[in-house]
Design a protein around this ligand. Structure first.
Ligand SMILES: Nc1ncnc2c1ncn2[C@@H]1O[C@H](COP(=O)(O)OP(=O)(O)OP(=O)(O)O)[C@@H](O)[C@H]1O
Length: 220
């Protein structure tokens, strides 16, 4: 289970002006890629384009040779459900449920029996040091962030998209999450794509894409 991304002639406009452009990019599986750049430069927008949550103004977003940007919405949703795990800035957790129940939500949505995934959910929460029980509403923001990350990893996605995954964490928890994301890529062969201002996460990246409003993305 792996996924290979190629971008070609990608451009996204905002209000009639280019937000960013990216002529070509090839991201092999097993890499941690970090999107960097000032606030408002378009990191979240680019993550949404790569996840098929938005359509670019122009260009191709090919995952394993299939252009996500041109697929009908239903097919894009199916691709995301089968292949991607997402952690966004607002975590979209269900506050009245426990961490364990929240992590198991994708199993229900995927029509799996949650009991089949229970062991993995428990293992992920233990790895991130978050209690299984309690109500999510009473957890700290950092704990909620780790619940959201565990939920994204439950279905063993080929691609992980994470927006500021270490932003609410102290340096020790942030380092643990960064190392987990790196292992998801290097050890497990997933594609991990994160937007981040965190120097510790940026330092671990295999690939860095630097955005600056109105300019071509710098690829390193
Ligand atoms: N739904 C939207 N409609 C119109 N403009 C939007 C929308 N979402 C974002 N923008 C604008 O797009 C630009 C890029 O925003 P984006 O959130 O992608 O930047 P970012 O680099 O992720 O910023 P941050 O680091 O603050 O999260 C900003 O000018 C923002 O105001």
């Amino acid at each position: 289970m792996s996924a290979h991304l190629t971008l070609s002639d990608l451009r996204h406009d905002l209000g009639g002006e280019a937000l960013f452009s990216l002529p070509a990019l090839d991201l092999r599986p097993g890499q941690l890629t970090v999107l960097t750049g000032p606030s408002g430069s378009g990191k979240t927008t680019l993550l949404h384009l790569l996840a098929g949550l938005m359509t670019p103004t122009a260009g191709r977003v090919d995952w394993d040779g299939i252009d996500l940007a041109r697929l009908p919405e239903v097919a894009r949703d199916r691709w995301r459900r089968k292949r991607a795990g997402l952690v966004f800035q607002d975590f979209h957790l269900i506050p009245e449920l426990s961490p364990l129940e929240n992590v198991l939500v994708p199993a229900w949505l995927g029509a799996f029996s949650a009991s089949r995934k229970r062991g993995r959910a428990q293992e992920l929460l233990a790895r991130f040091g978050v209690p299984e029980r309690a109500r999510v509403a009473v957890l700290s923001r950092g704990e909620q962030q780790r619940v959201a990350l565990a939920r994204a990893l439950l279905m063993e996605p080929a691609v992980i998209f994470a927006d500021e995954p270490t932003a609410s964490l102290d340096s020790a928890s942030g380092a643990a999450v960064a190392q987990t994301l790196l292992a998801m890529a290097r050890t497990e062969g997933r594609s991990v794509i994160a937007a981040s201002h965190d120097p510790a996460l940026i330092a671990l990246a295999d690939r860095r894409l630097r955005l600056e409003r109105g300019k071509p993305v710098e690829v390193a």
